[in-house]
Design a protein around this ligand. Structure first.
Ligand code: PAP
Length: 337
């Protein structure tokens, strides 16, 4: 082990001790991936993410030009990462020699959720993107007020998805990532935990509502998307993203097919064909990482139909209805559902 590595581990130990008191006081539940979950400011978070939230709240230095991609897990983050990065930086990079091809959607801009034991190095992504782009699964109220306050200048793109498809996608993700030495989790277990709100970053509905309400208060700062809408018209959403991020598509670009090019470049078919997404790997912590291919599965609307019983569908639709009924927001209303 190198000296540097030993220092990092020592530092981690000290910081863990400092936070042991906090963890002891928070409500705790069993997590679906590996670590236990702790209820922090209304969200169920595993330890390295909870500490990441505290670190973000304390240390993050925003710039008024920063743009965040916010989402719950499995709602379309990887897709939006690709669309936002490609749209924003379309005049910087040639499509045949593009960072997305080399680094994949996750390598193009950083996630701010994970605890950094060596300090807070996040923020050097300007090499690839200007303005800076960041991704986060944190609920609106967990993000630091310094960035969510509209006066910060920061902008947010939020994407939500039919919770029935989210829970199915989540289950498959857990199957891929849960350590093999742990007992397998069934779809019933994941469904129950999801409906109760006790999954990583949950409850889902509170997450969506937090951003929905904030988007209503500050529509110029938060762009609210639904996965199903992007699926039905990706090009219209590329244009909305461009406008929102301050780089509207020109008439000339439109005539030259730029919008179509971006939508195709970021399509499920194209992204899954890339070598980086077949063999690449995302380092999350010093001991934990995620293979890029785990972020792709079917990329369809309505896959829940092959997993949910009639009773499950009714249960989750009822929760959605009850939680969202006074909000003016509908999710999961696909024509065939
Ligand atoms: P994350 O929370 O781990 O970042 P996220 O990217 O939000 O995951 O969601 C993954 C889902 O988006 C997967 O859905 P599925 O399990 O129902 O298939 C994945 O297949 C889908 N996805 C990834 N890229 C695209 C894309 N380009 N177009 C459409 N869907 C996509």
């Amino acid at each position: 082990m190198s000296t540097n590595q030993r220092d990092i581990e020592e530092l981690e130990k000290i910081q863990q001790q400092q936070h042991a008191q906090l963890f002891a006081e928070l409500p705790r539940a069993v997590g679906l991936f590996k670590a236990d979950l702790y209820l922090y400011q209304g969200s169920w978070l595993p330890p390295h993410i909870l500490l990441g939230a505290m670190q973000l709240q304390t240390h993050f230095k925003h710039r008024s030009t920063d743009i965040f991609l916010s989402s719950f897990m499995k709602t379309g983050t990887t897709w939006l990462r690709s669309l936002m990065f490609t749209t924003l930086n379309r005049s910087r990079f040639d499509f045949s020699d593009h960072p997305l091809l080399r680094y994949g959607p996750h390598g193009c801009f950083p996630v701010v959720d994970v605890y950094q034991s060596t300090g807070y190095p996040i923020g050097d992504s300007e090499d690839l993107s200007f303005p800076r782009l960041f991704a986060s699964h944190f609920a609106h109220n967990v993000l630091p007020a310094s960035i969510t306050d509209p006066s910060s200048g920061c902008k947010f793109v939020y994407v939500c998805r039919d919770p029935k498809d989210v829970v199915v996608s989540l289950w498959h993700f857990i199957l891929k990532l849960r350590p093999k030495e742990l007992p397998p989790v069934s779809f019933d277990q994941v469904f129950k935990a999801f409906c109760e709100g006790v999954t990583e970053y949950g409850p889902y509905w509170d997450h969506v509502l937090g951003f929905w309400k904030a988007a209503h208060e500050s529509p110029d700062k938060i762009l609210f998307f639904k996965y199903e809408d992007i699926k039905s018209d990706p090009e219209a959403h590329v244009k909305k993203l461009a406008e929102f991020m301050g780089v509207p598509i020109s008439v000339q670009e439109e005539d030259n097919g730029m919008v179509k090019k971006i939508a195709e470049f970021c399509s499920f078919e194209h992204l899954t064909s890339l070598e980086i997404n077949k063999t690449g790997f995302q380092k999350i912590t010093s001991e934990y990482g995620i293979p890029n291919h785990a972020f792709f599965r079917r990329g369809e609307v309505g896959d829940w139909k092959s997993h949910l019983t009639k009773e499950m569908k009714e249960q989750i639709d009822r929760i959605t209805h009850d939680k969202l009924k006074d909000s003016g927001l509908t999710i999961g209303a696909t024509p065939e559902s």
